[in-house]
Write a protein that binds this ligand. Sequence first.
Ligand SMILES: Cc1cc2nc3c(=O)[nH]c(=O)nc-3n(C[C@H](O)[C@H](O)[C@H](O)COP(=O)(O)OP(=O)(O)OC[C@H]3O[C@@H](n4cnc5c(N)ncnc54)[C@H](O)[C@@H]3O)c2cc1C
Ligand code: SF4
Length: 552
Amino acid sequence: MSPQIKKSPEVHPVIVIGSGASGGMAAWNLTRQGVDVVMLDAGDRFDRAEFWTHVTPWEARERRARGERPPRFFLDVEEQPYETPPERPFELTRVWGVGGKTNVWGRVSLRYAQLDFKSADRDGWEIPWPISYDDIAPYYDRVEELIGVCGGDDDSDSLPGSRFLQPPPAPRCGERLLARAAESLGMPVVAGRRANMTRPTRGFPPCHYCGKCGDGCDSASFFNSADHLIPFALETGRLELRTNAVAARILTDDRGLASGVQYFDRHSGEEHVVHGRTVVVGASCVDSTRLLLNSRSDRHPGGLGNGSDVIGRYLCEQIRFHVRGWLPQLYGTPTRNDRGIGGAHIYMPRFNHRDPHRRDYLRGFGMQFWYTGCNPDGAATGSHTIPGFGASLKREIKRRHPAWFEVHPYGEVLPYAHNRITVDESKTDRYGVPLARIDYRIGENERKMAEHMADSAEELVKAAGGELVDYRRGELAAAGSAIHEHGTCRMGDDPKRSALDAFNRMHEVKNVRVVDGSAFATASEKNPTLTILALSWRATDHLVEELRRGDA
Ligand SMILES: Cc1cc2nc3c(=O)[nH]c(=O)nc-3n(C[C@H](O)[C@H](O)[C@H](O)COP(=O)(O)OP(=O)(O)OC[C@H]3O[C@@H](n4cnc5c(N)ncnc54)[C@H](O)[C@@H]3O)c2cc1C
Ligand code: SF4
């Protein structure tokens, strides 16, 4: 009998968990700088041939009736449940698959301002970010140049300008009317900033304005990690992508440092372990937080790196509501092809911190205008409210089609310690891993802000001569529906009040970095992905420096 040779497990330099905005950026930036990466992603690749980008609404109806289905981007809650108190639901949207939520994201790409990074310094609410705008600005430049963001030449204290934006599409008629009305009220309106390429970029063709980005993009003309980051990382030969690999726990050694990741095959349920010297976590805020809290050990009884008990707390996002209706000046005008870049071509940056708009609450709000104009997704929403039937109804729908508008204010929710993700040992998923429980509610500050948001939106609609449809003042969109979860593994200078340092590295576990929205100290009123990408790039540049010095 031949002697048995015990083989030590392979130890990879870096394990990245998640392939969306944060994980994709981490893998792209590490591999191009010569670092070998193993990436675990809970889902599969989405098949581009199955996208329904150019399927019209009426064709979609027929194809569904024939039993055809577009790719199922969104994770089914039956497969991966989460818990909430019955009286406080939270609408969690997850995409498990290569590229994560960037397959279908809205692409609004806004730089955070010094106003956002220093908000806690000004008003004293919770902790400030450990970085300032100047620290991240060079990374915003690089990200915008890499991914292709279109926008205008505006620059303000609430939305810093950029030299790297591609030409914006022209505003639609309804958007022009809203912009003019806003100007008359002293509310700023600028060109929308979106990660839709309006010029050829890095070999990708520009957007051809089909307006169907929510179904994925056939030509990869908007930024999506699956097209713009992962293939380039794979091309280096330094990325090993393991799909359908559901990370459950980060394993630690006797020093309390990360030594690997336990994961399960999504379909077979088979358990695996991958060993690594550094772990970069980018599974999106809620899943990353669940993973960290489930990674308990004697050294980390409250979850990995959670001696401060901040992990899971301070969940924050934005309050929103939707204001919709008709702009009668546009009734009977010719129907145009307003599909554009699949979202608003204008944006209203925050202005409530300026005179004469100030009021008695903290932080602020901005407004988006998606679905304004002649596009099949917009006016269809209001057609059911038009009285009549038969040919005259059809004529009236056509007459009003160019006149549809939408206003969507987004306001910052403060970080509160009680807004919390926990894990429940008694409730587990199909792999025996404890589920996340989300307990979230807004407070008095948000209610005051919502009043101001409603006053501003109503003033705007009135000044534009708009007629509201199905508007109920005070009715906020469901908690979680902004799909911008943040704050549950926040950065900060003080290890007693934060989990990560200024480079997204855990204070207590130096070989773990968390690079998604959970790292944010505040939510701001803005969409987060541009900032997630910039922070992940910055954090992994720092990791590369450590690796070169031999410190990681
Ligand atoms: C419809 C929609 C519209 C949006 N619009 C905008 C917008 O206009 N602007 C904006 O800034 N943001 C927008 N967002 C949010 C944006 O998509 C996210 O901020 C961004 O994708 C977050 O990046 P992430 O890497 O944290 O998460 P994701 O991109 O979701 O990636 C997470 C990855 O982790 C993987 N994963 C999860 N759990 C595990 C696990 N246990 N093990 C292994 N892998 C795991 C997933 O498979 C996924 O690939 C929108 C989102 C949606 C759904
Ligand atoms: S509008 Fe542009 S970016 Fe969106 S799906 Fe169509 S081509 Fe792609």
